[in-house]
Design a protein around this ligand. Structure first.
Ligand SMILES: *Cc1c(COP(=O)(O)O)cnc(C)c1O
Length: 373
């Protein structure tokens, strides 16, 4: 089945009690046990498993074409669980441009537990090779990357990682499985901040880890999920399952809008640079074309001529783009990224990150035209 069909089929309810097409929400934290000690419905306690979370995890695994999925209370909780599966002394390689909190998590929290990190330009395979150490256990990929939309060749990085016995995890939040299938390209683990496109309406905080194969590592994650308890609530799982139904439609509309907006802005004299993998001028456009089979996504960033203040002022003149962090919702958002990261982040000071929504593209372009003057 194609992903559009899976998005509907994997989110239908099979409710034996009432025949409900939309699943009920199971708020119960605890489940009845039989006199012989067994659990007729397999659930015991909601931190370990819950019917809404179970349905969500099944859908996530199928949509991402993985074997098994685990839902978490945020994207960062999902990432944390994967890092917790590593051991003291293990080394991670990450891209130099990525969701800022991911590398800070290693540098400020997991460094105390003995994890080490090297950040490299992952568009350059030679740089990755140079960063490999005997204890390198994980190559963390984020493509397109936040906020500069650099593209990493997932297939090449996976081949390299597997040649040294390391794992490849891809933060697939920005591309979604609609754009790119990381497992087909060789990755072992996919992470999502489902807060973004999966939820799609900026009203749920949640995350997921999906594994290409069930095995020792996925069992370890199951244990970590159950014991550390960073699980989404039944209502969050229900909302997310509802969001998945329209994921393909929304993301395709956002991608079409982003492509047009990127083209318009790349020809505007007030714009210094547009970062969007769909533009032929993007330095890794050919790799993007190869691995982003479903399109180039709904995210772009622009560098506005002038300084940080100038870029920030532009966000105030745009009427259809709400100035706010986060992304992937149906509404267009814009954000001055450097000032929410840190003064030592490599993000250019004149960069604005744009999450393109599903509004009419002519209206969106007109808004930029007026704002840029
Ligand atoms: C938002 C985001 C995260 C973090 O997810 P949360 O749900 O906010 O914890 C990680 N990676 C990327 C690419 C993101 O956009």
């Amino acid at each position: 089945m194609k992903i559009e069909t899976l998005a509907i089929q994997t989110t239908l309810s099979h409710d034996a009690n009432a025949g409900a097409v939309v699943p009920p929400i199971y708020l119960s934290t605890t489940f009845e046990r039989e006199a012989d000690g067994s659990y007729q419905h397999e659930h015991v306690y909601s931190r370990a498993s819950n019917p809404n979370r179970q349905a969500l995890e099944k859908s996530l695994a199928e949509i991402e074409k993985g074997a098994i999925a685990f839902a978490f209370s945020s994207g960062m909780a999902a990432t944390t669980a994967l890092f917790q599966s590593l051991k003291t002394g293990d080394h991670i390689i990450m891209p130099d441009d990525l969701y800022y909190a991911t590398s800070v998590l290693v540098e400020e929290v997991f460094a105390q537990w003995g994890l080490t990190l090297t950040k490299v330009d992952m568009t350059d395979l030679g740089e990755i090779k140079k960063a490999i150490q005997p204890n390198t256990k994980l190559l963390w990929v984020e493509t397109p990357s936040n906020p500069q939309l650099k593209i990493t060749d997932i297939e090449a990085v996976s081949d390299l990682a597997h040649s040294i016995g390391a794992l490849v995890a891809v933060d697939n939040t920005w591309a979604t499985p609609i754009m790119q299938n990381c497992f087909d390209l060789g990755a072992d683990v996919v992470m999502h901040s489902t807060t973004k496109y999966f939820g799609g309406h900026s009203d749920i905080l949640s995350g997921a880890l999906i594994f290409k194969q069930a095995g020792e590592l996925s069992s370890k994650i199951a244990t970590i999920q159950k014991l550390t308890g960073a699980v989404p609530s039944p209502f969050d799982c229900w909302l997310l399952l509802r969001g998945i139904k329209t994921l393909p439609l929304r993301v395709k509309a956002q991608t079409a809008n982003a492509m047009e907006l990127a083209e318009y802005l790349s020809n505007h004299p007030q714009i210094e640079a547009v970062h969007y993998p769909g533009l032929t001028s993007h330095p890794q456009h050919e790799i993007a074309k190869k691995q982003m089979k479903g399109g180039f996504g709904g995210m772009l960033s622009v560098q506005v001529k002038g300084d940080a203040k100038n870029a920030m002022a532009l966000t105030g003149r745009l009427k259809l783009f709400t100035t706010a962090t986060s992304l992937g919702g149906v509404e267009s958002l814009i954000e001055h990224r450097k000032s929410v990261e840190s003064p030592d982040s490599p993000t250019p000071e004149n960069l604005l990150r744009v999450s393109v929504g599903i509004e009419d593209i002519d209206d969106l372009i007109e808004d930029w035209k007026v704002a840029l003057g």
